[in-house]
Ligand binder design. Sequence first.
Ligand code: KIV
Length: 316
Amino acid sequence: MFGKKGEPRTKRTLVDFRRMKAKGEKLTWITAYDLPLAQCAEAAGIDMILVGDSGGMVQLGYQTTNPVTMDEMITLAKAARKGAPNTFLVGDMPQGSYEVSKEEGIRNAMRFVKEAGCDAIKLEGGRRVADKVKAIAEAGILVIGHLGLTPQSTASFGGYRVQGKTIGGFEEVVEDALALQEAGIFCLLLEAMPTQPAAKLAQKLKIPVYGIGAGTDLDGQLIIMHDLLGLYASFRPWFAKCYIPQAAQRYEAHLAANPDLRKLGREDRADGLGYIAAEAISIYVDEVRSGAYPGEEYSYPLKAEELAELTRSKYW
Ligand code: KIV
């Protein structure tokens, strides 16, 4: 364990997620695609890990998530599971693994569970994939929906653009979310939406709604590991906070307090990058739980006239 940060703990369950929502406790969620960073996330006490198809970009070097294959996702998920045996692990269905038929969707979702030891799967899309969601959920696999900016469909959005700012866009997302809830998802991830429409949408659902770039008022928060660590050179969305500056300060204090770092490195793995990454993730965990992150600073703004238009929606 990096720096012996946390006590071994039991894996979170669906019951915990519902209880946390009921009590207003924010869920903490991060991506991981390999053994060491999954270990860091578990050591930092994260609630949930996503083996995202973003791993195709940040780990495998593709330009987008579209080329990622199911076999590649299984390899990444197996490594993450080995690193985080006691953390709720979600496998992200890559493009092409669930759209063709319900049977293929079930087969591939089942691979995440049986081959990689995942606890749930996530997939992108709303009404167009609701039949696949229902089939996978009825096969006994926990499903997470993903709406708003869905990276597998960026070509149809005209790039990475903030969603839900117009009446039309907002109503589409609400209808997709209601269809997914009906189809059996146990929670929803919203990506790249301003706080107000994201929160309004969440109020319409019974299930927990988590956000990545979706403002301050949801039930929990996801971040991409490589954004949090400042480890992806090509791109970083501005709603993603890099926690290395804060972790570096803690590391400096740790160095000052522990002159015999060689011993700590050998016994506690508390001398190097793993220690710093676990510190960075644990600061993220604390900030999400306290509500300090994302805050307004890391949320998309909405102009007064855009909000005024949205309030005329039948779903407002
Ligand atoms: O693949 C991923 O990491 C994701 C997030 C961008 C939400 O789906």
